[in-house]
Design a protein around this ligand. Structure first.
Ligand code: PA5
Ligand code: NI
Length: 194
């Protein structure tokens, strides 16, 4: 971001639509994740194989005002998870620890209803409810995944350090130690610990 001349007053570089959290401005990055981009994430492999590969599961918008990996900067993002299930398991993000594992992050609920799944390095897993106005401090050393438990899109905002990075490997290899499954019409955490 360039500094401005002394005494100038300018418009903000970015704007947010508060009705849905959409980020407006130059250099907004977007990424879409389809079912085919999420192998080894959902538990029910048979249900996964029966669904259309091109089903859109979630979308991310982000502003990266500095290069990824730079110490001291901040990134800002918005995720939309569409409603739906693979078998009895709700649509969700991949989930990750940060590459620099001590880095923390804020999430906040914008639209819809969901769950923030949290897991420490001892594989102890718990969750917080996400709803419009909920605010979540995700400490360093904690893996995080978000899950849409409603019938409408779940949108949430995020702000994280520009040197945090995303480490997906542990989750791809071992998953979280619990899955959020619909049981009798309600979300329930089911342990995967043997
Ligand atoms: O930086 C974050 O934690 C978020 O922007 C996530 O990357 C986003 O919600 C998508 O989740 P994941 O990267 O775990 O698939
Ligand atoms: Ni993160």
């Amino acid at each position: 971001m360039k500094n401005k001349e002394h005494l100038t007053i300018v418009d903000s570089s970015f704007n947010v639509d508060y009705s849905n959290g959409d980020i407006k401005g130059k250099n907004v990055i977007t990424a879409k994740k389809y079912l085919k981009d999420l192998p080894n994430i959902f538990g029910d492999e048979e249900a996964f194989s029966k669904l259309d590969d091109d089903t859109l599961i979630f979308e991310v918008q982000a502003i990266l005002p500095v290069d990824e990996g730079i110490e001291g900067g901040l990134f800002y993002g918005k995720t939309i998870i569409h409603p739906g299930k693979v078998g009895d398991e709700y649509y969700m993000t991949k989930g990750h620890f940060h590459q620099k594992i001590d880095r923390a992050e804020f999430y906040w609920g914008i639209e819809g209803e969901g769950i923030l799944l949290l897991m420490d390095q001892k594989r102890n897993t718990w969750a917080e409810k996400i709803h419009p106005g909920s605010l979540h401090y995700i400490d360093g050393y904690i893996a995080h995944r978000t899950i849409n438990t409603g019938d409408t899109p779940l949108s949430f905002g995020a702000c994280w350090p520009s040197d945090a990075g995303h480490n997906y490997q542990e989750i791809i290899d071992r998953g979280f130690s619990a899955r959020l499954i619909e049981v009798h019409g309600k979300p329930k955490l089911i342990s995967t610990l043997k």
